[in-house]
Ligand binder design. Structure first.
Ligand SMILES: C[S@@+](CC[C@H](N)C(=O)[O-])C[C@H]1O[C@@H](n2cnc3c(N)ncnc32)[C@H](O)[C@@H]1O
Length: 244
């Protein structure tokens, strides 16, 4: 009997989750960027900007952007590492990756792009100075395996940055719940004609490990030290894991 896991609030066989997540992102890819701006009121740009500016990534670094989707972080990494560096835009979903690749090309950025599952990364060990995963870990079936892979491909001294929805400050919860479960699916219906994908978004956030649990998961995956920074009252947290 297959083990089970969560797909939002539903319990599904582990073997089914990746295909369900793939359906979500094939469906939303073309409207993903506009929905991101709309749903977060532009805040996702601030969260990503904070990730980039506090990363310590510098000219010449090698950076892997996992679950990079439409390429927001990859674009930021490319500007930071310059011509002497290397940035890989990767994602498991061809629709998201196509939108991301085309968008970066339109901006004159030619990066290596790879269709890659975070749970089985096609990169050698000890290769990257930094690895990022923004709003991607939540969707992965075996988060422990994915975190181990992220640790494996980092050089000793390298850093993983996990930007992800997290546990909100309690007084904010009623407002956040109302917004997530009432407003988001309506926006998803009106803009992307896909309320179900945005219902999944709200549910998957609630099922994702909180700040301390994720920190422990990163330590268990092999990181020597992990710290995190809450943003927007814990709506989002940036975890940084350091490979010793
Ligand atoms: C919410 S989007 C985030 C895109 C981008 N990082 C951003 O912050 O805008 C989540 C992405 O995770 C990707 N994803 C889900 N499971 C994955 C896996 N196992 N390996 C790699 N990417 C995965 C999805 O295809 C999707 O593009």
């Amino acid at each position: 009997m297959d083990k089970t896991t969560h797909f939002g609030f539903k319990t599904v066989a582990e073997s089914e989750k990746a295909a369900k997540v793939a359906d979500v992102f094939h469906s939303v890819a073309k409207k993903y960027d506009v929905m991101n701006d709309l749903m977060s009121g532009g805040l996702h740009r601030v969260w990503k900007h904070f990730t980039l500016t506090t990363s310590g990534v510098k000219a010449g670094d090698k950076v892997l952007d996992i679950a990079g989707g439409t390429g927001d972080l990859s674009r930021g990494w490319a500007k930071r590492v310059g011509k002497s560096g290397e940035v890989w835009l990767t994602d498991i979903n061809s629709s998201m990756l196509t939108v991301g690749r085309d968008r970066l090309l339109d901006e004159g950025l030619i990066l290596p792009v790879s269709l890659a599952d975070a749970e089985k990364l096609p990169f050698p060990e000890n290769y990257f100075d930094a690895v990022s995963v923004a709003f991607g870990l939540r969707n992965m079936t075996h988060k422990d395996a994915a975190l181990k892979e992220m640790c494996r491909v980092l050089k000793p001294g390298g850093k993983l940055m996990v930007l992800e929805f997290s546990k909100v400050w309690k007084p904010l919860s009623p407002f956040y719940d109302f917004y997530s479960f009432k407003a988001l699916p309506v926006m998803g219906k009106l803009v992307a004609n896909d309320p179900d994908s945005y219902q999944y978004l709200a549910e998957s956030i609630r099922m994702h490990p909180d700040q301390e649990t994720l920190k422990q998961m990163m330590l268990d995956a092999g990181f020597g030290k992990v710290d995190y920074h809450n943003m927007s009252g814990g709506v989002v947290a940036l975890h940084k894991g350091y490979k010793f």
